[in-house]
Each structure stands twice: as C-alpha cells, then as structure tokens.
Ligand binder design. Structure first.
Ligand code: TRP
Length: 333
C-alpha cells in the first residue's frame, strides 16, 4: 500500500530554535516511519529577504545537520533543497495566475514583513504563499507538519489547489496542517513577550546551537517577579510562559511541584529557573553535539541532498507533467 505523502519546508535563514523543534522538527521525526516524507530547505524562500548569499550554503548545511541530529533519518525521508527541484518553480508560475494581489496583500506574514522592511517589498515576498503552495502540491501532499504561524499559508494553499482543480481539472488534494492530536504548539520567548524567533529577541530565544553556559544564562534571565502575594493567585502571562517551556523539557512531577508552589504562594523562581536551565541543557546538548559532528562531514551532507533531490525530482516530474497536460501546455506530445 502506498503511504500518505507529507511535505514540509524549513527556512534556511537564522538558527533553528526550540520553537522550530516543538512546532515542526519533532513532528517530522514522528512521521518518518508511517508516511512518505519530503522535507526540504526553503532556500528560494530565503531570498525574499535578501540575505548575504555567501552564507547560503553554510545555512543550508547547518539546517540539514540540525534536522538529522534531531532524529531525521536520511534513509527514511527524502531530504533536499528547494532550488535543486526546478519543477517547483514551474508549478509556482502556473499557480501565480490563480493568486490574486488582494489576497496576497492581506496575508499576515506579508504585512509583518512590509512593516519590518518597507524598503524591500518585492514580488517574491508578496507571492511567498504561492511558492509555499507549489512546494506542497508538487508532491501532491496530504499533510504538512508546521507550527501555528503557518496556518494561514496552508489555508491559502488549499484555496490555490481548489482553484487549479476547478479551472483545469482534478489534480491536487487539499493539504492539511499536521500535528499529533494536540493544538499546534507555539513556544513563548523567555522575556514574556511573543514567541521564540530565528532572528528577533535572540537573548530570549533558545537555539539548538547554544552552548550549555549560554542556555543557563538565558534561562536565568527569563522575566519573573517576586511571586504571588497570596495562594491561588492568577498567573501572569510571563510566568505561564515559563511553566509552558518547562512542561516541554522537564518531568511532569517537576512541573507539578512548581505549580503547587505557585498555588500556595511559596514559589522561588530562582530555583525554578535553575531546574529549568539544567533540564534544558540536558535536552539541547545532545542535539547540538550530534549536529556539530554531522556538520564536519560536508561531503556526506551533500551526498544526502543530491540523493534527496533525485527522488524529489522524480515525484515532482510526474506532477508537473500532469499539470501541463491539464492546463493544455502539452502541444508537442
Ligand atoms: N513558510 C515556512 C516557514 O516560514 C517554510 C516553508 C516553505 C514551508 N515552504 C513550505 C513549510 C512548505 C511547509 C511546507 O516556516
């Protein structure tokens, strides 16, 4: 029996952090046995924000090494970089005819980028969701393991798939966000505001490449206060965030103990953060160490991506041939 198809992409700018791990990477690892998985580094997407291109290769290899270190098995999943599969660009072009300026301008991520970089509002940025749709539809994927911030993009992908099917004929399934039962996870940042991020608030974000001392330093600086004045107080958001992060890496009885301390107005945030720092070091350091080892062997990483691109192009080629036929672009056959 054919396995169901899964696609996900990782942007290659910035360092991977705890939010990437719990939002996406952990799900990739869980999916690799039961699904036919295509995971890629979204290097074309990275160009939308004009990164220093001399760093591209290094970022791509780092992202790959960290994902393998987190548990992805290149023997079980197809790993490649987007730019090695030109069929994606062709599908992107076809889909662009079905994507309207108004809806693209309304996308939250686009509006955020315009606000952050008003001097670089390029067409690639505007059509980011269309390229993402092409990434997914090129393998006719059913499931896309992504974090909460990608829900709107997926909804757009379903719309574009539907429009294509309606205009040209049935080809694409409507891809769904995938997570294991629980709600899509958002990992809050350590400063009480927003979530962990690849490029912003770096002191409040835990990266998979952070060394033990840096992890401890960041955790100990997390925003707290002098504790609740009376039992059963309401928990401020920045404290709730620390509990949430703790519940990801610490044992349930540890979280239970500090919750009880909070409820009895007896909590020592210094102790809680020390415990969290040690649990976090225990969680991150094996991933970091494996990634450093893997990254040293650049040739092996390149071989993995070459093999992945071949497999990805085979699947992509089948889809693009069908798409051309349905659109009516198969004059020479
Ligand atoms: N937009 C995603 C992000 O910012 C990355 C991405 C690009 C992606 N193409 C994709 C994710 C296709 C899932 C499927 O994280």
């Amino acid at each position: 029996m054919n396995k169901e198809i899964v696609v996900s992409g990782i942007r290659s700018t910035g360092q991977l952090h705890l939010g990437n791990y719990f939002g996406a990477m952990r799900n990739y690892v869980r999916m690799q046995e039961a699904y036919d998985c295509y995971f890629f580094v979204a290097d074309w997407h990275a160009l939308t924000t004009h990164p220093d291109t001399s760093e591209l290769q290094n970022s791509v290899l780092n992202v790959l090494a960290e994902n393998i270190a987190a548990g992805l098995d290149p023997e079980k999943v197809t790993l490649y970089c987007q730019s090695a599969v030109p069929e994606i660009a062709e599908l992107y072009l076809l889909l662009n005819m079905l994507a309207y300026k108004g809806e693209l301008e309304k996308t939250t991520t686009f509006k955020d980028k315009v606000r952050a970089n008003p001097e670089n509002v390029n067409a690639g940025l505007l059509t980011y969701p269309v390229l993402m749709t092409a990434d997914i539809l090129i393998h006719r994927a059913l499931y896309v393991p992504v974090g909460k911030d990608q829900e709107q993009h997926l909804e757009m992908a379903r719309n574009f798939a539907q429009r294509f099917n309606h205009r040209y004929g049935e080809l694409f399934p409507e891809p769904q966000a995938f997570n294991f039962g629980a709600e899509l996870i958002k990992v809050p940042s350590l400063d009480g505001a927003g979530k962990m991020s690849k490029s912003e608030n770096q002191n409040a974000t835990l990266y998979l490449a952070d060394d033990d001392e840096l992890i401890r330093k960041k955790v100990m600086k997390a925003k707290t206060d002098s504790g609740p004045a009376e039992p059963d107080s309401e928990m401020p958001e920045y404290i709730r965030n620390i509990f949430q992060i703790m519940s990801l890496v610490s044992a349930p009885d540890v979280v239970g103990k500090f919750t009880a301390d909070f409820n009895s107005a007896n909590i020592r945030y210094g102790d809680m953060k020390k415990q969290l720092a040690e649990d976090m070091v225990r969680f991150i350091s094996p991933i970091r160490e494996r990634a450093v080892e893997l990254r040293k062997d650049t040739d092996s990483l390149k071989r993995i991506m070459t093999r992945g691109a071949e497999a990805a192009r085979e699947s992509a080629g089948r889809t693009i041939a069908e798409a051309r036929r349905l659109v009516g672009l198969n004059y020479l056959q």
